[in-house]
Design a protein around this ligand. Structure first.
Ligand SMILES: [Mn+2]
Length: 330
């Protein structure tokens, strides 16, 4: 797959690189590193995302600007590459634009079960991050092309998608890659980590304190639930984008196997994030309510209200715990 990518990429002169909606460190890091590398190879690139880029990732935009997907700009590209998402509908308005188009579409991603629309895929569900895949790709071409900007962008993606190298998806190879990025980029971990994580505001911590009070435990304390609603945002002067990382608190309670984070948008429904630190597969869990993601992190929507959403979502997780227990008892 890397080989096919490398031998075909030279056929294109203007590549559009898209990162998914509600962007995170992995998709932005992968997008920016990919653009910088392609530009070094003499291929013009444009990076697209419809959504606002989170505050703590804004510094990466100095390396490559990310533009809104104005449709005429997409029309200028002779190849489009989606990063860190494997179905077209995760890329905002791109979905509508792409309908009926014949422009080739490639992707680089690490989520399971890719959609069957891509002309070329680098798809490895078991790898830590899309940034690790982009590192592999660039290395197969020429690792010496990795400069400080690319190294910091890729490092950001690997670190944010692995909980700072703590998740099960981290392999010896992942750690080797981060070491190589530190060396090639000539920077220390704290230079990136401090920008990404030490950017909390007082209102955000006040919101966190309200959210922590909502934590409830279910299924013999194996499933933890935490929630935030629009009223709490109003009281603290915050927004949903500032709830990043909240789910790790209920997940850190001893004995908890999975945590559910609910963002209550009232009339518009409830955004659900699922996290597992056990053999509970939250991708399977999320799919039962029309969502998806990874084994350890997934998301979905529920029409609400909150108590009903908690009831429904906990029931699915509890069922999975029972099934696993039944299987292990045989
Ligand atoms: Mn990712």
């Amino acid at each position: 797959m890397y080989k096919e990518f490398l031998s075909n990429i030279q056929n294109y002169s203007h590549v559009g690189v898209l990162s998914h909606e509600r962007p995170d460190g992995d998709c932005i890091g992968a997008q920016i590193a990919l653009c910088l590398w392609l530009e070094k190879k003499g291929i013009k690139t444009t990076a697209f995302n419809d959504d606002d880029i989170p505050e703590n990732l804004q510094w990466l935009l100095n390396y490559t600007p990310v533009q809104k997907q104005k449709h005429h700009k997409l029309d200028d590209c002779d190849l489009l590459i989606l990063v860190d998402g494997n179905s077209v509908h995760r890329f905002g308005s791109f979905d509508e634009w792409f309908e009926g188009k014949s422009v080739p579409l490639w992707m680089i991603d690490h989520h399971p079960d890719p959609e069957d629309v891509f002309d070329l895929m680098i798809s490895v569900p078991e790898i830590s991050s899309t940034c690790e895949l982009v590192y592999n790709l660039i290395s197969k071409d020429n690792a010496d092309l990795i400069d400080q900007k690319m190294a910091k962008a890729l490092y950001t993606g690997i670190i944010t998608d692995t909980g700072s190298l703590q998740f099960e998806s981290v392999t010896p190879q992942t750690v080797k890659v981060t070491a190589d990025l530190l060396r090639r980029g000539d920077f220390r971990p704290n230079e990136v980590i401090e920008i990404i994580y030490s950017n909390k505001t007082l209102p955000q911590l006040k919101l966190l304190s309200k959210a922590l009070q909502t934590i409830r435990l279910y299924k013999n304390n194996q499933i933890a639930v935490i929630s935030v609603n629009e009223e709490m945002l109003k009281e603290t002067g915050t927004s949903y984008s500032e709830t990043e990382g909240f789910v790790s608190y209920p997940l850190s309670i001893s004995g908890v196997k999975a945590a559910i984070f609910l963002k209550d948008f009232f009339d518009e429904g409830i955004r659900i994030s699922l996290r597992s630190r056990s053999d509970i597969d939250v991708n399977v869990w999320a799919r039962e309510i029309g969502g998806g993601g990874h084994k350890k992190a997934a998301g979905a929507w529920h029409r609400g209200p909150l108590e009903q959403a908690i009831k429904d979502v906990v029931a699915i997780g509890a069922k999975q715990i029972d099934e696993r227990k039944a299987n292990s008892d045989i």
